[in-house]
Design a protein around this ligand. Structure first.
Ligand SMILES: *[C@@H]1O[C@H](CO)[C@@H](O)[C@H](O)[C@H]1NC(C)=O
Ligand SMILES: *[C@@H]1O[C@H](CO)[C@@H](O)[C@H](O)[C@H]1NC(C)=O
Ligand SMILES: *[C@@H]1O[C@H](CO)[C@@H](O)[C@H](O)[C@H]1NC(C)=O
Ligand SMILES: *[C@@H]1O[C@H](CO)[C@@H](O)[C@H](O)[C@H]1NC(C)=O
Ligand SMILES: *[C@@H]1O[C@H](CO)[C@@H](O)[C@H](O)[C@H]1NC(C)=O
Ligand SMILES: *[C@@H]1O[C@H](CO)[C@@H](O)[C@H](O)[C@H]1NC(C)=O
Ligand SMILES: *[C@@H]1O[C@H](CO)[C@@H](O)[C@H](O)[C@H]1NC(C)=O
Length: 377
């Protein structure tokens, strides 16, 4: 019993092996290779890459006279035919592949939204060969406007998210990539920025993806600058565009103070303005000690923008002529400080001028007296 079962198994194996061989050698069947789905821009073209196989016995029918046919949303030749290489049809196009070489690559022109649908290929020979490839079809989607490109931000060669920090001085690469749809001329990518700065970029095509890199070194001037990548298709009647933007967030230590000064009447009033990202803090130091709000000191702060802070200090107190005033600014990326000149009060100066005036007057009188004296003697 057991031996019998074993023999059956061996027989079955041999049979399957035989079938496998047969299929490989002689039983070539109909098949087609098509993309699953493709997008096309309304008013533009579409290329369907396509190759097929037929039963070997019909190979001799694939001559120059063979006809390629496309059916839409069904496989009934009488009702669903939208393109035939033999005659003028509903869709303008051309079979650019050589049917003789089993290449059914097709280009359609001037697509409209009503061309969206499922497309089936059919091959017709000169005699008996007439076959619709119903197993596989391509889904065509006609869109009115192109899809947005994708913008990626790389800092020191590493991809980061938009809001992540870019340190001043680091190398930045903005990469724009977009799928390319059939069009003549082919689409182009361009970079622009606000505020406008000269940009040099280079575009290249990688498979069917168009890529444009913008490389530069981050400076604090670029904080909050917006970079926009635009894809442009030049169609007969109009241009179709789509764009994507990115805003940079550059971090930097407080800069050279853009504005600092003191005026002095009955009280000393000093200003300090500092630029940093993230927005810095500001501290006042009088003769090396930190000063805070108190009865005779008044400190006010004003944020001029997301990065600029202005502070003023009013000192209602007698200051020694050796007193020094300093404003110190900090953020997470560093610190900076500025020494301010505490000029003597205006009244003091006026008194000084009077004294100088009086002294020089007296000197003139003394000299005159001396000269007169000498002359009299
Ligand atoms: C169709 O494509 C072939 C091969 O590229 C070309 O020779 C022919 O001129 C095209 N016909 C039309 C109508 O565009
Ligand atoms: C089929 O024909 C198209 C258009 O002529 C060509 O670009 C493509 O390379 C051909 N494909 C194959 C597999 O030969
Ligand atoms: C699509 O619509 C256009 C008009 O916009 C018409 O001329 C054409 O016959 C339609 N095509 C199909 C396949 O229905
Ligand atoms: C820009 O930088 C990227 C990566 O950071 C690099 O792959 C690319 O070659 C650079 N392009 C130019 C024009 O320097
Ligand atoms: C389309 O864009 C091109 C290049 O950007 C330009 O030269 C042309 O004038 C534009 N055409 C229309 C109709 O706007
Ligand atoms: C100092 O006090 C004034 C009035 O109370 C207030 O407006 C100001 O914000 C204070 N300054 C600081 C730095 O806290
Ligand atoms: C910031 O100040 C501290 C002292 O308060 C100093 O040790 C440090 O070096 C400063 N950092 C920078 C970046 O200036």
């Amino acid at each position: 019993d057991k031996v019998c079962a074993n023999e059956e198994m061996v027989m079955a194996e041999k049979f399957f092996f035989f079938c496998f061989l047969l299929q490989g050698v002689c039983c070539r069947d109909y098949s087609i290779s098509l993309p699953e789905k493709i997008a096309a821009l309304s008013g533009s073209c579409l290329i369907i890459k396509c190759t097929f196989e037929i039963e070997e016995k019909y190979d001799n029918e694939l001559t120059e006279k063979a006809t390629g046919v496309w059916l839409k949303d069904g496989t009934d030749v009488n009702k669903k035919l939208v393109f035939s290489s033999l005659q003028k049809s509903l869709i303008k196009g051309n079979i650019t592949g050589k049917l003789k070489e089993k290449n059914c690559t097709t280009v359609f022109y001037d697509l409209r939204s009503n061309h969206t649908g499922q497309y089936y290929f059919r091959i017709e020979g000169t005699n008996e060969l007439k076959h619709t490839f119903t197993q596989d079809s391509v889904s065509v989607n006609v869109i009115e406007s192109p899809h947005k490109p994708t913008v990626q931000l790389y800092v020191e060669q590493k991809e980061v998210q938009d809001q992540e920090e870019i340190l001043e001085g680091s190398s930045v690469s903005l990469r724009c990539s977009a799928e390319t749809l059939c069009s003549s001329p082919p689409p182009a990518l361009t970079w622009s920025s606000t505020p406008r700065i000269p940009l040099s970029d280079s575009s290249r095509l990688q498979e069917l993806i168009l890529i444009s890199d913008l490389n530069f070194t981050a400076t604090h001037h670029q904080h909050k600058d917006t970079f926009t990548c635009t894809i442009t298709y030049q169609l007969q009647d109009k241009n179709k565009t789509a764009q994507e933007s990115i805003t940079l967030h550059v971090k930097y230590a407080p800069k050279i103070f853009s504005f600092s000064s003191c005026t002095r009447t009955d009280a000393a009033v000093c200003f300090c303005e500092v630029d940093g990202s993230p927005s810095p803090d500001l501290e006042w130091h009088l003769s090396g000690r930190p000063v805070t709000n108190s009865s005779n000191t008044f400190i006010s702060e004003e944020r001029m923008s997301s990065t600029v802070l202005r502070s003023s200090i009013t000192l209602h107190q007698s200051l020694k002529h050796t007193s020094t005033l300093q404003c110190i600014s900090r953020n997470t990326h560093g610190n900076a400080s500025q020494l301010l000149q505490l000029l003597p009060p205006v009244e003091c100066l006026n008194l000084l001028y009077v004294l100088i005036g009086v002294a020089s007057g007296a000197l003139v009188v003394i000299i005159m007296c001396a000269i007169t004296n000498i002359y009299i003697r």
